[in-house]
Design a protein around this ligand. Structure first.
Ligand code: GLU
Length: 291
């Protein structure tokens, strides 16, 4: 199958040093495999979308020489596809309405046996799985997660496994605020775009097993994964993020920004005098490391 990769930024702000690492790694992996590299704007979470951020991200990518192939896809335009996937799962009896508030879920998870996962996530305890409690209305819609261990090989991190039913529980497909859940949108869109390889930051490693389960339930072909290390803010030790106020990439010094992202990926600096030379050399090095 022809390699198809993608970069899928959420337009909650411009690209920063951390998101550039994910963009560069996925671009390099696609080019190293002679594949396509698609751009998808993940604006499904409208309250978190910053007006104008998607345009800034596209301008930043161009300034860095990270050109994408084909048309850009916007998740805000893809509601019909998410609905169709939701309907297909519902027709198989895999979807149920959930009347729990956030508070109730947190409280019952705390009372329950389940310990929080590595990222502090507490599993949904399944309260509404067998029907809404009397007098309750559905707020969100959840997917019945099958029992069993989900195993996959990460091309950077090696073998991974998660018991999704235990660690995460039944995931929301449609949120209480009426928006489609990121997990549904990303799986449907990767399938629609024919993505074969996902290269992204390790903050999404914990979402991967549930995305694989969901993809299988939607009869989508399996995807390969490579999760790259996160850049931490030296002062706070927290992940660099828009929420933590990470500064936008300086596109006036594109080569320096690329070299910094390359260094964060664990490679030695490249003797390149421009963006094009840098990307050519980096692609060759990447191909040798991740054949
Ligand atoms: N939109 C997600 C983010 O910006 C990335 C999703 C993905 O790569 O699967 O964090």
């Amino acid at each position: 199958m022809t390699y198809t990769g993608r970069f899928a930024p959420s337009p909650s702000g411009p690209l920063h040093a951390g998101s550039l690492v994910a963009a560069l790694a996925s671009w390099l992996d696609a080019r190293a495999h002679g594949g396509r590299w698609l751009l998808r704007i993940e604006d499904v979470d409208t309250p978190r979308t910053m007006p104008g951020a998607a345009d800034i991200i596209m301008a930043q990518l161009r300034a860095l020489g990270l050109y994408w192939d084909g048309e850009v896809i916007w998740q805000s335009q893809r509601g019909q596809a998410y609905q169709a996937a939701f309907d297909a799962l519902a027709a198989r009896g895999l979807v149920y309405g959930c009347g729990c508030t956030r508070r109730e879920i947190a409280d019952s998870a705390l009372r329950g046996q389940a310990a929080p996962g590595a990222d502090g996530e507490r599993p949904y305890p399944g309260t509404c799985r067998h029907g809404l409690p009397p007098g309750r209305q559905a707020r969100a819609w959840r997917l019945v997660i099958p029992d069993g261990l989900e195993r996959f090989e990460d091309r950077w991190l090696g073998p991974q496994e998660q018991d999704v039913a235990q660690a995460v529980g039944d995931i929301a497909l449609k949120r209480a605020d009426g928006l489609w859940a990121y997990q549904l949108a990303v799986v449907v869109d990767d399938g629609f775009q024919g993505v074969t390889d996902v290269v992204r930051g390790a903050d999404l490693l914990s979402s991967t097993a549930r995305q694989r389960v969901l993809g299988r339930l939607l009869d989508l072909p399996p995807v390969r994964y490579l999760h790259v290390p996160l850049i931490l803010d030296p002062a706070s030790g927290l992940k660099l993020s828009k929420q933590n106020g990470a500064p936008a990439i300086d596109t006036h010094a594109p080569l320096a920004s690329l070299q910094a992202a390359w260094h964060a990926l664990g490679f030695a600096p490249l003797a390149a005098d421009g963006v094009e030379a840098f990307l050519g050399e980096a692609t060759a090095r990447w191909a040798a490391r991740f054949p």
